[in-house]
Design a protein around this ligand. Structure first.
Ligand code: ZN
Length: 328
């Protein structure tokens, strides 16, 4: 058996939202992320699956949403990924503070955590988002976005928070991934991926912070970690079985291949390949500009397009940030 290589970081995070239009406006126009891919829920083609990331939609930058306008309000709970964190360059937070103030978005912070300036905000469905100043951050923001100075724009994920009943088994699994314990502060146990500094390299594990919640909009469905390719994924599938987990067979997701398993605290983990990535069917310049359907839904494209709400602002309709937006 090929030995399973270290897991280099987070690949993507997938969450549930309410209205797709509200979700689109917030992540593109308030958070300044790039709309990387517009596709549908493969099990329910009349609802979207929306992807937002950095300029290239690089692994470690992308959050995806399954929006259901009428889904119940969720609340985070123990046994789930409960927050996302984005990395911004050093000294970038001040601009975010005034940006959120302009849009009447309530913030918590900035405060120091692990020696890094951190700000907490919630998306329109209540999903917790942290913005963290990270001096050595890499990753390319979208040069076409004009709502932020490039100097403060999101580069990709800093990391994510896992809320668990018992830190031990989750910590042990992360260590098997090749991650190491970094530090503990206020009950947050921070683990770091191996290798060079980059995006999506941190997982914070907390114990019983939320207790019982409810799955619904504003909650995270799963967190995906990176494997380079199918060989590495197969090696990990074998390793996971050996460790007593029950990974799914490999699922074809077009932009990556995926296996899923529940870690011992019940959090849904995915291992996703870097190959082929979001440029499999669109160039970097074109990312997110057209509705992508799997082949079996193509015959129904007209009906599907008709049923899906329009997300992009039309040319003569002002976007949510066009009034009083701060252009550089
Ligand atoms: Zn996924």
């Amino acid at each position: 058996m090929a030995s399973a290589p270290h897991i280099e970081g987070i690949h993507h995070i997938s969450a549930i939202s309410g209205s797709p239009k509200v979700n689109y406006d917030f992540y593109t126009q308030i958070m300044g992320l790039r709309f990387v891919k517009k596709t549908v829920n493969f099990d329910d083609p009349f609802t979207y699956h929306l992807y937002y990331g950095n300029h290239q939609g690089a692994p470690g930058s992308t959050i995806t949403f399954f929006p259901w306008a009428h889904v119940v309000q969720g609340s985070p709970q123990t046994g789930e990924t409960t927050a996302t964190a984005y990395a911004i360059p050093f000294d970038g937070l001040e601009e975010w503070v005034s940006h959120f103030a302009e849009h009447n978005i309530r913030i918590d912070g900035p405060f120091e955590q692990f020696g890094q300036k951190t700000l907490i905000v919630q998306d329109p469905d209540g999903l917790q988002i942290q913005l963290i100043e990270d001096a050595g951050v890499t990753g390319v923001p979208d040069p076409h976005l004009d709502i932020h100075h490039e100097a403060s724009a999101i580069r990709g994920f800093f990391g994510a928070t896992l809320d668990v009943a018992d830190i031990g088994p989750t910590a042990e699994l992360l260590q098997t991934f090749g991650w190491s314990f970094d530090a503990e502060e206020n009950g947050i146990h921070r683990y770091r991926a191996p290798g060079e500094h980059g995006i999506g390299k941190v997982v914070d594990v907390v114990q019983q912070k939320h207790g019982e919640g409810r799955f619904g909009k504003g909650t995270i469905h799963h967190i995906a970690f990176r494997v380079p390719d199918k060989d590495a994924q197969e090696a990990w599938a074998e390793e996971l079985v050996h460790m007593g987990f029950s990974p799914t067979p490999i699922q074809e997701r077009f932009y990556f291949k995926a296996i899923y398993f529940r870690e011992k605290n019940g959090i849904l983990f995915e291992l996703a390949t870097d190959e082929p990535g979001f440029t499999a069917d669109e160039s970097i310049e074109e990312l997110g500009t057209s509705l992508k359907l799997p082949a079996w839904y193509e015959p129904h494209r007209a009906r599907i397009e008709e049923a899906l709400p329009i997300l992009e602002p039309s040319a003569n309709q002002p976007s949510v940030v066009s009034t009083g937006s701060r252009k550089p």
